[in-house]
Design a protein around this ligand. Structure first.
Ligand code: ATP
Length: 306
């Protein structure tokens, strides 16, 4: 079990003028799942490469809570696995042959190797296709094989770069169920995805990267949005009612949108609706979604939008 601590980390690719990552500070507790989101080119893969020891920070530090006798690289080799976005297996070998080959590179005892291959075949639901050549697998099974290879050394920390890209809904559900199971076993997971609903579903903490800078998204305290469409003839009445309660609103056509700090702020509005004789066309109340947070953040940092 290991926490991950990143302090004031900066990274520049050789000859690059702009930092790919700047002033990153992160603490990931062991057993937690961290979601890493952000637009293309925001630095997600670069951060995963640094966390995997493939790139060295230009400045700043990366630390794992670990046995002090073990060097950072040795620790990563033994306890960390990166499941890359690209398929990282031999297409002309079968699923079993791939797993047999990669388990031999894990640096674990032959007795443990014998246990790990059938275990990951079963965990990733690959038993049915174990004799099939990897290049003949469906997209969903290719993703599962990629993941299975990452699990062979029974890592305590797992990095997943877009693990469900290009898979059908049933394979996606199987992969998500497996990630939940791995989390239950106490594995620390860092997960990048463009599928925000998926990240929201399984992650304990979400970090948004934008142009190499990280922001933590506080979803549990997310604001709530009430939208309601009223009769055209009642627009002025509703404006007066909201003004009387000191509520700010956006009005588009006959639709009002109010951002509320909490559920309690909704109660006086419901009271108004109950006592109002004019019918409503539409009423919708929901937490601001991760997609909305994401778009707000990207837009706020996009100079072309100002
Ligand atoms: N090998 C490289 N050499 C120089 N610059 C690079 C290299 N790899 C990435 N970059 C640059 O570093 C920045 C971060 O890229 P990175 O691949 O980490 O983003 P990402 O968020 O993973 O993107 P995507 O969602 O498209 O995978 C980008 O500006 C990219 O152009």
């Amino acid at each position: 079990m290991s926490d991950i601590q990143i302090s004031e980390l900066n990274f520049y690719y050789p000859k690059a003028v702009d930092a790919a990552l700047s002033s990153i500070n992160l603490h990931i507790q062991s057993g937690q799942c961290l979601g890493l989101i952000g637009p293309n080119g925001s630095g997600k893969s670069t951060l995963l490469s640094i966390l995997s020891g493939l790139l060295t920070p230009t400045t700043g530090t990366l630390n794992f809570t670990k046995n002090k006798n073990l060097s950072l690289i040795k620790y990563i080799q033994q306890h960390v696995a990166l499941v890359p976005q690209e398929y990282a297996f031999y297409p002309q070998l079968s699923v079993s042959q791939n797993l047999q080959y990669f388990v031999s590179l894990c640096g674990i005892k032959p007795s443990a190797q014998k246990i790990q291959v059938p275990l990951v075949l079963q965990q990733c639901q690959l038993d049915k296709v174990s004799h099939q050549l990897a290049n003949t697998l469906s997209g969903g099974y290719k993703r599962r094989l990629n993941l299975a290879i990452g699990l062979l050394k029974n890592p305590s920390i797992l990095y997943l770069d877009e693990p469900t890209v290009g898979v059908d809904p049933s394979s996606r559900a199987a992969i998500i169920a497996l990630l939940r199971e791995l989390k239950k076993q106490g594995k620390t997971i860092i997960y990048t995805s463009h599928l925000l609903s998926e990240v929201q579903e399984i992650c304990d903490q979400i970090i948004m990267l934008n142009k190499g800078q990280a922001t933590q998204l506080e979803l549990s305290q997310g604001q709530k949005v009430l939208s309601m469409a009223v009769e055209h003839t009642a627009i002025n009445l509703w404006q007066d009612r909201f003004n009387a309660l000191g509520l700010e609103f956006n009005l588009q056509g006959n639709s009002f949108e109010l951002t509320l700090a909490s559920y309690n702020a909704l109660l006086p509005i419901l009271d108004l609706i109950r006592h109002s004789p004019e019918p409503l066309h539409n009423l919708h109340y929901a937490a601001t979604s991760l997609t909305q947070h994401y778009l707000n953040h990207v837009e706020k940092n996009d100079p072309t939008k100002h």
